[in-house]
Ligand binder design. Structure first.
Ligand code: NAD
Length: 482
């Protein structure tokens, strides 16, 4: 097991262990043991990071795309080399099994690679002039400026890599503020990029109380772009702050993904995918499948087999036992959040088929939980539970299922399992979500855009869109001199 590192901030190229605003403890959610202390940046340290990012932008935005690519590509390689150690730290900080933490780090390298390559490809475009006197019309993608990146704890390396990859490839300097629950995982990503050769000041790393830190960074005139992954409520708050100074803002927020299981679907394949997908990362995934809408003809069988498999999942301290399939919730506050999600089922016809309780002992463990037939207006079916809970209801027609799926304000991911080509086309066209996956649940890849609509946010990360999100469009048009 990798030793927990000293948690450090990076300000203007210097690693800083002393937080001007004190420290906070980092806890292992499986054991409740304190892993280390995380420094909290003072206002002066935040200002120093902003000044460094301002300077860093001047050099980095003028660095040729191919050089940015070379540096980021080296950083991605170093990240992949260190993946085993980083995976250990992810497991210690937020509890997911190593079998999930390791691919998270490796694919983060691939995300950075893809975005770095865009620095070689995104040359803008030439638009043919419409008048004789007009010589050229160039459409340029200019780096937007120093970017503030606010990332959460559920994928502490991957969600930071998406933002860092896009921003740095496009020529922006950055200040990364990772979640206070998982500071060392994000730090190890930053270390890999620094060791890849990023110049001083281009990447800065700070921690602290998220409210005051984000307000300070967003209000600075140096900041030109904010990217946030987290809850819808905080996303709306940060969006309002960004709007005050017309700053670019990309929110990647909560979801409440519906899954439609058609009677024509391959039952065994869809069941296996849904159980694995639901309990991955203890359901703490913004695209976690959560509202299962199952054709009435296969509903009873689906509920009983889903619940039987959920009850078999091995829950425990993944850092101590490699055979554990589901770790704890990432923080103490998430345990009452599960009770809250199930709190109003009493008045509905919903039945907890398996689970429904915290697991006694140390650590923040919760049973894999399956609820059959909850009311569509229950909390479980309307508010994102962000945990290992599935609600399953029957449907009669595919049109009804789509209407139910589209009924919430969230619109991140939506899934369906069917072997009907007609249904597949209808679902792809009519499910209201930023990402629709038919017959599988994998909506996140380095090459494709990831993002939502409605209360799930706007804009995309990864893919070409993940690079363009850190640019602004400029027209340069040249006419004849005489
Ligand atoms: P929370 O709202 O306290 O924190 C969620 C994340 O937002 C954390 O990373 C936190 O550091 C950050 N945050 C909180 N207040 C902030 C502020 N004022 N400025 C900047 N960042 C701030 O909730 P929690 O208990 O940690 O997580 C549960 C909720 O968060 C879930 O309901 C889920 O919707 C959301 N969440 C979403 C994602 C995602 O991938 N979209 C990831 C983690 C958490």
């Amino acid at each position: 097991m990798t030793a927990y590192p000293q948690v450090k901030m990076l300000i203007g190229g210097e690693w800083v262990t002393d937080g001007g605003d004190g420290t906070m403890a980092v806890t292992n959610p499986a054991t409740e043991a304190v892993l280390g202390q995380c420094p909290k940046a003072s206002a002066e340290q935040l200002d120093a990071a902003l000044a460094a990012a301002d300077e860093g932008f001047k050099t980095w935005s003028n660095t040729p795309g191919i050089e940015r690519y070379n540096i980021l590509r080296r950083g991605a390689e170093i990240l992949r080399e260190r993946a085993p150690q980083i995976a250990d730290i992810i497991t210690a900080e937020m509890g997911k099994p190593r079998a999930q933490a390791l691919p998270e780090v490796v694919v983060s390298g691939d995300v950075i690679d893809f975005l770095a390559e865009e620095a070689k490809r995104q040359g803008g475009r030439l638009v043919p002039p419409r008048h004789h006197g007009l010589l050229s019309q160039q459409v340029l993608h200019m780096p937007v400026g120093p970017a503030v990146l606010l990332t959460p704890w559920n994928f502490p390396v991957n969600l930071a890599a998406r933002k860092l990859g896009g921003a740095l490839a496009a020529g922006c300097s950055v200040i990364l503020k990772p979640a206070e629950d998982t500071p060392a995982s994000a730090q190890m990503l930053v270390e890999a990029l620094v060791d890849g050769g990023l110049p001083k000041g281009v990447i800065n790393l700070v921690y602290g109380d998220p409210g005051p830190v984000s307000e300070h960074l967003i209000a600075s005139p140096i900041t030109r772009k904010i990217s946030f992954t987290g809850s819808t409520a905080i996303g709306k708050h940060l969006g309002a702050l960004a709007a005050q100074d017309m700053k670019r803002f990309t929110p990647e927020l909560g979801g409440h993904a519906p899954v439609i299981i058609s009677e024509t679907a391959d039952f065994e394949r869809s069941l296996a995918a849904c159980v694995a997908g639901k309990f991955r990362n203890a359901g703490q995934v913004c695209v976690s499948p959560t509202r299962f809408l199952v054709a009435r003809g296969v509903y009873d069988k689906f509920v009983s087999e889903f619940a039987a498999r959920a009850a078999q999942i091995k829950v425990g301290d993944a850092g101590a036992d490699e055979s554990v399939e589901m770790g704890p919730l990432a923080h103490e506050r998430r345990v009452p959040a599960m009770a809250h999600a199930l709190g109003d089922l009493g008045g509905s016809k919903g039945e907890i088929v398996t689970g429904g309780a915290a697991i006694d002992g140390s650590g923040f463990f919760y049973q894999p939980t399956v609820v059959a037939n909850p009311s569509m207006d229950s909390r479980l079916m309307t508010e994102e539970p962000f945990g290992p809970i599935a609600g399953i209801v029957p449907y009669d027609t595919i049109e009804d299922a789509v209407e139910t799926a589209n009924a919430l304000r969230y619109g991140l991911a939506a899934y369906a399992f069917t072997s009907s080509l007609d249904e597949s086309h209808y679902l792809g066209q009519n499910l209201r979500a930023g990402m629709v996956a038919i017959n599988h649940l994998a909506v996140s890849s380095p090459e494709t855009p990831f993002g939502g609509v409605g209360d799930s946010g706007f804009g995309s990360e990864s893919g070409e869109e993940g690079y363009l999100g850190y640019t602004e469009t400029k027209l340069v048009t040249v006419g004849k001199a005489g």
